[in-house]
Design a protein. Structure first.
Lengths: 120, 109
């Protein structure tokens, strides 16, 4: 079974340039997450999708970040324009069980390898 | 934000020794999960313990949960060089998944 696929693995851009990351979750996983991870830190949620619906985007800096999940499968995360402070690893994850569904328990998250962004 | 807290931040032990990492939280939880992250890679799920469970085992991993103290520990027995990684706890609270800052574990051969 294929895991979560992310691309590109590495991206170096000049500040003020746009950048986009792509994620293909595990087949059948309705929940998709985009996280940001700085060096030596835990993941920080940017946005969570249940199918096509963004159910938690409270931490997404909407002035420069945007995301979409067309047809409830693949997702893209875009930054325009990029700033120096956006340098980080962007992680995509998917899960079979929804955090919001069926009350109390959630299953594991499956992560991609991440996209490392360097803004110069 | 209501982040989990992990300690120690870093741990360096000899191969063959046991490694213990701790995670504390402040709210009520539904379950708590532990993940491993090798350098430059994504996170990999290790084990999940539900709020009504006190201990769980998986191979060389042992996880305990004390809801009265709002804490969990991850024990790796008979450590190997391949266990060198960062370990993160994550817990579900109010339909959100809250992450700790991680413990960096180094196993010396």
């Amino acid at each position: 079974e294929a895991g979560v696929v992310q691309s590109p693995r590495y991206k170096i851009i000049e500040k003020k340039q746009p950048v986009a990351f792509w994620c293909n979750p595990i087949s059948g996983h309705n929940t998709l997450y985009w996280y940001l991870q700085n060096l030596g830190q835990g993941p920080e949620l940017l946005i969570r999708y249940e199918n096509e619906e963004a159910v938690d985007d409270s931490q997404l800096p909407k002035d420069r970040f945007s995301a979409e999940r067309l047809k409830g499968v693949d997702s893209t995360l875009k930054i325009q324009p990029a700033e120096l402070g956006d340098s980080a690893v962007y992680l995509c994850a998917s899960s079979l069980v929804s955090l919001a569904g069926h009350g109390t328990n959630t299953g594991e998250l499956f992560f991609g390898e991440g996209s490392r962004l360097t803004v110069l | 934000s209501q982040q989990g807290e992990e300690d120690p931040q870093a741990l360096s032990i000899q191969e063959g020794e046991n490694a213990t990492m701790n995670c504390s939280y402040k709210t009520s939880i539904n379950n708590l999960q532990w993940y491993r992250q090798n350098s430059g890679r994504g996170l990999v799920h290790l084990i999940l313990i539900r709020s009504n469970e006190r201990e769980k085992h998986s191979g060389r991993l042992r996880v305990t949960l004390d809801t009265s103290k709002k804490s969990s520990s991850l024990l790796i027995t008979a450590s190997r060089a391949a266990d060198t990684a960062s370990y993160f706890c994550a817990f579900v609270s109010n339909y959100q998944l809250i992450w700790g800052a991680g413990t960096k574990l180094i196993i010396k051969p």
